[in-house]
Design a protein around this ligand. Structure first.
Ligand code: EPU
Length: 418
């Protein structure tokens, strides 16, 4: 699958944010913790959700989709072995280990797949499971995790070596249905972790400290059904804001007022992008894109790594120079070689830092998208490039962005998918 984009069109109109990919997946995983029905709304139409749905069906779990809602009923979980070929399609598949472990006392899986943006170890997950009293073994490339037979440990403290998002979520999912009191310190605080905790508390879990990096969980015996709206995608918000600025357009981004967008608005605001709230969304525009001197990825509420690639495209259109630094994933910056081919003036300092000088005129090219976020960044670059660009491997982009060609076309871009 590929996108063919002719650059140079101004955008106008409005776009509605879809639900957060990295929130809907852990929320779907939470549904495995109860026999009752969980109904999730604002579910994005993306292929990562389709892969999770396939895995659920293989585990014998009832799941159906109607428009933006997903209905999940895990009356029974028939399998404790996660299907290898599907697990390898996305990193988030590891999130199913926590709830299956909690409900069935055992689970097995192979190393999860996903974007090739760095080493992406799972040691913090495994260490956390051990602290919860699990026995872990590995045979060829399959991990086996099971609950020890002896009495459960009453009080457990887990300190995460890094504030890993999926490790935090996995350990929350493994802890809420238990007989222990569990403290997780240095927990990740991303909006998706917040969503997961909110849903679980609605299901009857007892999680204190939600939204902070110190979570106190009192395990409960049973969880019940719930209806929950997945929060809007803050990365998509940043992506459309950048699309608006670089095409010198004014867009309205319709979103829920409660979506936590502050860290994104603060960082993009430094480039001169303006955000005005009007009734049901933000009017986004910029009179002049200026450089931001330095932009550094951080854990939430810092600047999100998932927006770094698109921000480099923004920096290439700013007056002046911006240092872009992403220490989290050592391969995040590899895609800039494609922007350089298009005419961007970027010096690669090392695997985590690039120095971007604006403003460059870009020209169209043919590319292979290598991961979800850098693929979307190339789409943005193609929107302003002179001539036609082809972005192959668009499947990777469709993993996390809903209807890219349809949404951008409706705003006036010349983009086709085939
Ligand atoms: N890390 C370890 N050991 C672990 C886990 C992580 O050393 O056991 C390190 C990683 O190597 C990395 C850092 O911790 O340096 C952060 O990794 P993290 O575990 O937080 O990343 P993740 O949980 O695998 C999630 C998102 C990513 C997003 C990161 C950071 C999901 C499904 N994925 O990944 O999203 O980049 O957090 O915010 O929630 C994306 O959506 O495109 C994406 C890659």
């Amino acid at each position: 699958m590929h996108y063919i984009i002719e650059g140079g069109k101004k955008l106008s109109g409005q776009v509605t944010l879809s639900g957060n990919k990295n929130s809907v997946l852990p929320c779907m995983a939470a549904a495995l913790l109860t026999e009752d029905e969980i109904v999730l709304s604002n579910v994005p139409d993306i292929t990562d959700v389709d892969v999770f749905t396939e895995i659920f069906k293989k585990l014998g779990i009832g799941i159906k989709r109607k428009k933006d809602k997903i209905y999940i009923k895990a009356k029974k979980i028939l399998e404790t072995e996660l299907p290898d070929e599907l697990v390898k399609k996305l990193r988030a598949s590891i999130l199913l280990a926590g709830p299956i472990f909690a409900r069935k006392r055992k689970v097995s899986f192979t190393f999860p797949g996903g974007d090739k943006i760095g080493k992406r170890s799972i040691d913090i997950h495994l260490q956390g499971f051990k602290s919860l009293g699990a026995i872990i073994s590995k045979l060829s490339d399959v991990y086996f995790i099971s609950k020890a037979k002896k009495n459960p440990i009453k009080k457990i403290r887990i300190f995460l070596g890094e504030a890993s998002v999926t490790a935090t979520e996995n350990l929350i999912l493994a802890s809420v249905l238990s007989e222990s009191k569990i403290t997780i310190r240095n927990a990740a605080t991303e909006p998706h972790v917040y969503d997961l905790c909110k849903l679980l508390n609605q299901m009857g879990a007892k999680i204190n400290g939600v939204g902070t990096n110190s979570l106190k969980i009192s395990g409960v015996k049973k969880l019940k059904g719930a209806e929950f709206r997945v929060s809007d995608d803050h990365i998509n918000f940043g992506t459309y804001a950048i699309a608006s600025a670089i095409t010198n357009s004014k867009l309205k981004i319709i979103c829920d007022k409660n979506t936590d967008l502050e860290p994104v608005i603060e960082a993009l605001g430094k480039f001169g992008i303006k955000f005005d709230w009007e009734n049901n969304g933000f009017l986004v525009f910029s009179e002049r894109i200026v450089c931001s001197e330095k932009i550094v990825t951080n854990i939430w509420p810092g600047f999100p790594t998932d927006l770094m690639s698109s921000t480099i495209v923004l920096a290439s259109q700013a007056e002046g120079s911006t240092l872009c630094h992403d220490w989290m994933f050592e391969k995040r910056m590899e895609f800039v070689k494609n922007l350089i081919k298009m005419g961007a003036d970027i010096s690669i300092i090392d695997s985590s830092k690039v120095f971007v000088k604006g403003k460059s005129n870009l020209s169209g090219h043919d590319f292979e998208s290598s991961d979800l976020r850098s693929g979307m960044a190339l789409v943005l670059a193609a929107l302003i490039a002179k001539g036609v660009s082809t972005i192959n491997n668009a499947e990777l982009i469709e993993r996390g962005y809903e209807d890219v060609a349809g949404s951008l076309s409706s705003l006036g871009a010349n983009i086709k998918m085939s």
